[in-house]
Design a binder for this molecule. Structure first.
Ligand code: NAD
Ligand code: GLY
Length: 355
């Protein structure tokens, strides 16, 4: 097992990474200081892993809040259901939330923890590749609004993140590819050598080779932890973690939440961001081809779905990075470096959206 730390002063926390870490009760219980635990999961993940987890928690009163499965349920109704379960069981600040699931469960459970009684502790147990490399780390929690993705939420850090690779064995290929989108993102924004490693090893990763997977989960969490430690609340550099997301969130919102997976929308969004970078001569033709090829080889979509221009640009105008009604984009300057900027040609953006 490997351990990384997210350095945030008195809110620092460890990320445990390895195969079988969920078999060791102490890893989780050492981060629980309350007598009551509320496990938040969904109808799919709970069937697979809830009983095993509960078996580790004999010394606690355990309650469950099982929400419906899907991005379309990342909403106020699911959040309110968690509050109701907590209140029905007379939970107080003597309760820790355990988030058992992918990014949807992790984001909602984290926001429930941030907001219930103005904040109770929570632990992330991410069960998708995407959640293991990205959403469980860094404390962004929240829900969607019909008008915009992740519009309601809070920065709220977990007590620990417990990543067990074994749970990935029950994920389907489409979900593995969705997670690889966020992995590729780290290479593009931060580490050209990591990008090269992914170019060489993408087939091993798709086939769930655990040695390669453990390396990429570790490196992804390491990069994310570094960025979050520097800029927890996204007043600067953290925004580069949103490469491809301005386009991606617009795709998710315009198609209807759940139609494309978040990782698929981000994969396609990174191709659109690379195309924009190409138009500004910040990325060469051959670099653009490498980006597109790797995303394609990860089995992610590289062409934008048909969406009306006005709807698409309307969704982009609601992006959280925007200022003074101007759309800010994360663009690349070569492979391994990204910037957040509104200094690009708006006609190029129109062309990319309409292409
Ligand atoms: P998800 O949570 O919807 O999970 C994907 C699917 O896999 C679901 O059907 C789920 O039930 C199933 N599943 C989960 N674990 C499984 C397992 N081990 N075996 C079998 N099936 C399993 O989607 P996701 O891709 O994990 O997360 C996407 C969400 O994460 C989006 O809402 C996105 O906005 C959010 N996100 C948040 C951050 C952040 O920093 N907070 C970062 C990236 C993405
Ligand atoms: N996934 C973007 C962030 O955590 O900032």
């Amino acid at each position: 097992m490997k351990i990384l730390n997210v350095e945030l002063g008195d809110r620092s926390y460890p990320i445990y990474i390895g195969s079988g870490v969920l078999e060791d009760a102490k890893i989780i219980t050492s981060h629980i200081k309350t007598k009551i635990i509320c496990i938040v999961s969904n109808t799919t993940v709970s069937q697979l892993y809830l009983e095993n987890l509960k078996n580790l928690l004999d010394d606690y009163q355990v309650i469950e809040a099982i929400i419906d499965d899907g991005e379309e349920f990342k909403n106020y109704d699911s959040l309110n259901y968690i509050y109701t379960k907590l209140l029905e069981n007379q939970c107080n600040r003597d309760t820790t939330i355990l988030a058992l699931g992918g990014g949807v469960v992790g984001d909602i459970a984290g926001y429930a923890a941030a907001s219930f009684l103005r904040g109770i502790p929570f632990v992330q147990i991410p069960t998708t590749l995407l959640a293991q490399v990205d959403s469980s780390v860094g404390g962004k929690t929240g829900i969607n609004h019909l008008l915009g993705k992740n519009m309601i939420g809070a920065f709220y850090q977990p007590q620990a993140v417990v990543i067990d690779l074994n749970v990935l064995k029950t994920l389907d290929n489409r979900q593995i590819s969705a997670g690889l989108a966020e992995v590729i993102k780290y290479g593009l924004i931060w580490d050209e050598d990591f990008f090269k490693y992914l170019e060489v090893n993408i087939e091993n990763l798709k086939q769930l080779d655990f040695d390669h997977l453990e390396h990429v989960i570790y490196r992804s969490c390491e990069i994310k932890a570094k960025v979050v430690s520097e800029d927890e609340k996204e007043s600067g550099i953290r925004a580069i973690l949103n490469l491809g997301h301005t386009f991606g969130h617009a795709i998710e919102n315009c198609l209807g939440y759940g139609e494309w997976l978040h990782g698929e929308a981000v994969g396609c969004g990174m191709v659109l961001a690379a195309k924009m970078s190409l138009t500004q001569a910040w990325l060469s033709e051959s670099e653009f081809d490498r980006v597109k090829d790797l995303i394609f080889r990860a089995n992610l979509p590289i062409e934008k779905p048909k969406i009306d221009y006005e709807n698409f640009i309307g969704a982009m105008k609601l992006d959280k990075k925007n200022k003074d009604k101007e759309i800010y984009l994360v663009l690349q300057q070569g492979i391994g470096k990204a910037i957040v900027t509104n200094k690009y040609s708006s006609s190029a953006l129109d062309d990319v959206i309409k292409s």
